[in-house]
Design a binder for this molecule. Sequence first.
Ligand code: GDP
Ligand code: PGA
Ligand code: MN
Ligand code: MN
Length: 611
Amino acid sequence: MPDVEDVLDAAGLRNEAVRAYVAHWAGVTGAERIEVVSAADDARLVREALDAGEIEPAGEGRYYSRSYYKDTARSEERTVVATSNPSDKGVYNNWRPSEEMKPLLEDKMRGQLAGKTMYVIPYLMSPPGSPLEKYAAGVELTDNRTVVLHMIRMARVGIDLINELAEPDHFVRAVHVTGDLPNLGQGTADDQRWFVTVADERTILHYGSSYGGNALLGKIAHGLRQAAYDGWASRDFLSEQFMLIGITDKQTGKKWHVCGGFPSASGKTNLAMMLAPEGLGDRYHVSFYGDDIAWLWVDPSDGRLYGMNPEFGVFGVAKDTNERTNPTALESVAERTEVLFTNVAYNTDTHEVWWEGKTPAPPSDVTGWHDWKGEKISDRSARDDSPWAHPNSRFTTTLANVPNVAEDFEDPKGVPIDGIIFGGRTSDREPLVRAITDLAEGVYDGLTLGAEATFAAEGVDGQLRYDPMSMRPFMAYAEGDYAEHWLRIVGAATEQPIFAHVNWFQKDPDDGHFLWPGYRDNLRPLLWLMQLKDGEVTGRRTPVGILPTEEELDLTGMDVPQEDLDRVLSIDVDRWRQEMGFREEHLQQFDRLPESIWEAHRRVTAALEEG
Ligand code: GDP
Ligand code: PGA
Ligand code: MN
Ligand code: MN
């Protein structure tokens, strides 16, 4: 055991509460070495990781890493929110008493770092100076150098961020222990993994993974789950799985800001990185603020709803990223971006990376190519057509690398929110866009977001499931209270944002092709939404919201078959009536659901009955 005091003195870590926390966990885990890291250590840590074979080179300033093959997605099953108050139990947060979970996790972690280094990562989940900064500080402890490299890209990391806290004890204690991955029984009845947020103690204890969402504790466990709890407990803010973009009309100089939630692997990152489509690029520009998390609050100085991205980087889905779908993403992972690729296919001779959809077909010369499990493609049988890259393979790059990042992305003031959108993968029923102008109806719509499951979480692909506001995996407290908190925060804004439900994924029932081309063309319905908010168009009223008429949607430079367009701009009333029954059952699960949400449900139901 090192002398903790000496190590922390040498590193210049002065915050006494942080020092006590580090000393406690050094004792529990039996760490052999302790190392406090800052972003400035990145180049050295990269060299060490290369030397140790933890990452491989993938071109200049690009690196490849592989996580254990049974550890490639967030585990929702093993993720728990623990508090000491049973009324925090919700439908989705897997609530457990903290008195049960804390000793369990401490037991799991005991002695696990014998012979290993414990990295101490002080971080901030906000731009410095943000009005929400007091909820943003954290210190992750981890035994995994690749996790450190990811954290340096995804969060602001440095000792200075933690030394001078206004309230020295007000930081999130985030402990991560990888565990012996081949012997954790992932997915079996004897699963050893636990990912616990002790929300009322602002403590995160994650054991048994080195994959992003389970191991980068600043991002999801703190940035979403803990922050959602903090925002509610303090009545100060909302934390949501939202992207956040700016849309500028270069002709008029007008700028709007839109945020919104789609479940994991449903298009947030792509939307945030969007270039204006063919025919509209001269006039409009989309700027990137965030692609996965937004914190929202009302600024008392002007009464408006504001939003900001607490993260510092992008953890993006690689699959189907190419020059046509997302050139911005490719540029953000180009040479010298210090990007990390995880679980893509890798060529050990040429150091190239590949994923499904990067090019129409995989490289024809398979020499040197290995799949995401590290198995040689040349050893595969001819019948094996399983993907080379894991469907949830990722790239990790910093916001500064994103070509369309907003000029003011680090402005601590945040940006005023004009629109809030919800969406997901829904192959029928949901039109391209339907706008909602009433707050309770907007919140109701978010709560009844249903989408097909994706590969970003363990589970079955293709099954429809409800995912309130895309927060199902990150719910920190009871859903009824969550709805009430939404009504309170957004309701306090003097200028109400417009809500909308969008769907880029409706399919032709006969041949399964996507009816809407998606990607860059998704700007078109968003422009319509902003014009609707500004009273420039009126749309067409339906029982489930306002839809654009075909004439109102700017389709300049676009070629979409008329019958596909008709379908994405219409409502299938019978399907919707059936859906209302499912929604009723879904909402009935929630305790303390505000009456105004039920009223919204009854209004939509009645409107559909009338036809
Ligand atoms: P996120 O996890 O919500 O950030 O989703 P991503 O933006 O990373 O996208 C997840 C997957 O959906 C990727 O494979 C994208 O290529 C694909 N995708 C994103 N936007 C669209 C779209 O508009 N249409 C279609 N068909 N696919 C999309
Ligand atoms: P995603 O982010 O939403 O882009 O997939 C990561 C995650 O939610 O696990
Ligand atoms: Mn996400
Ligand atoms: Mn994303």
